[in-house]
Write a protein that binds this ligand. Structure first.
Ligand code: CP
Length: 313
């Protein structure tokens, strides 16, 4: 595999391969010195045209823990500000001799385009409303650590589905692993057509919560809303926010996830975000190991895979 652009390109077997590889890197990350030389001599570039904390820093941490060199590209301080095109930017960085671009862009399809311009690997770090495959992989990994398997589980994805690349990738990933997915949102925050989406839809969060194993919340993406799709944030919270009252409707053992960054007090109450069944910090921690697995799969040699039982270096 040269690139990781979507979950659908992986299928169940590819997803499972990455989740199983991740176990090896979780173990590496528990060591006193969480580093292995598996990608020594490789160079990974973060090419982020959109803001990020978790995805960019966890990919850079992942690359460093695998012994790779990293380069960070910041739009604000680059020649993009002088009008340089994406293609010229990619070809310029490519000429340095790099092995992998991790790309985030506000337009859907940009990582796919870049993959056609370079022999280096390309990982989609989030493109427009389209896809965020490594977020879905880390979400699935986190859920599997608690639930064992997603087969037969019921997962509600709640909130701004319309603008969410996380929702699209999560749906592909969770259903590929055998889960049932219910989308819960006001009609204005759903895509105009859900034809072909393997999901159920509800507008009644109170009714859905007692039936789920996981409540996966999404961020209200105010920066992508141009049409006044919700009357007010207060009204959104009243009907679709995971308040303390609503969180009490979940069954014992049901998990709460959020990809971050959170709007505390909007889609999730602060007390709920900090509750013991909210696995939001675990998602972030697992993000490093999942991204180590992805980089290893794309750039590494099977003989360099750290064994599961290996002790401190
Ligand atoms: N979840 C996620 O993609 O977060 P960042 O925007 O901080 O990378």
């Amino acid at each position: 595999m040269k690139d990781l652009l979507t979950i659908s390109a992986l299928g169940e077997a590819g997803i499972t391969e990455i989740l199983e590889l991740t176990d090896h890197f979780v173990e590496v990350n528990r060591r006193a010195i969480p580093k292995v030389p598996a990608l020594r001599g490789k160079t990974v570039v973060s090419l982020f045209y959109e803001d990020s904390t978790r995805t960019r820093l966890s990919f850079e941490t992942a690359a460093k823990r695998l012994g790779a060199d990293t380069m960070t590209f910041s739009v604000a301080t680059s020649s993009v500000k002088k009008g340089e095109s994406i293609r010229d930017t990619v070809q310029t960085i490519d000429a340095f001799g790099v092995d992998c671009f991790v790309v985030r862009h506000k337009s859907s399809g940009v990582p796919h385009q870049i993959a056609g311009w370079t022999d280096a690997s390309v990982v989609n770090g989030g493109d427009g409303w389209h896809a965020h495959p490594t977020q879905a992989l880390l979400d699935a990994y986190t859920l599997r650590t608690h639930l064992g398997s997603l087969r037969g589980r019921h997962i509600a994805i709640v909130g701004d589905i319309k603008h969410s690349r996380v929702a699209r990738s999560d749906i592909e990933c969770f259903t590929a692993l055998g889960a049932t997915v219910t989308l819960v949102a006001p009609p204005t925050l759903l895509p105009p057509s859900l034809e072909g989406w393997p999901v159920q839809v509800s507008h009644d969060l109170d009714a859905v919560l007692p039936t789920v194993d996981v409540c996966a919340l999404l961020r209200i993406q105010l920066e992508r809303m141009t049409d006044g799709l919700i009357p007010s944030l207060r009204e959104y919270t009243e009907f679709f926010g995971l308040t303390v009252r609503r969180a009490a409707l979940l069954r014992p053992g049901a998990l709460i996830t959020h990809p971050g960054p959170m709007n505390r007090g909007v889609e999730i109450a602060p007390e709920v975000a900090d509750a013991s069944n909210a696995v939001i910090t675990e998602q972030v921690a697992n993000g490093v190991a999942v991204r180590m697995a992805v980089l290893f799969l794309l750039l590494g040699q099977p003989s360099q895979l750290p064994p599961l039982s290996e002790g401190p270096e």
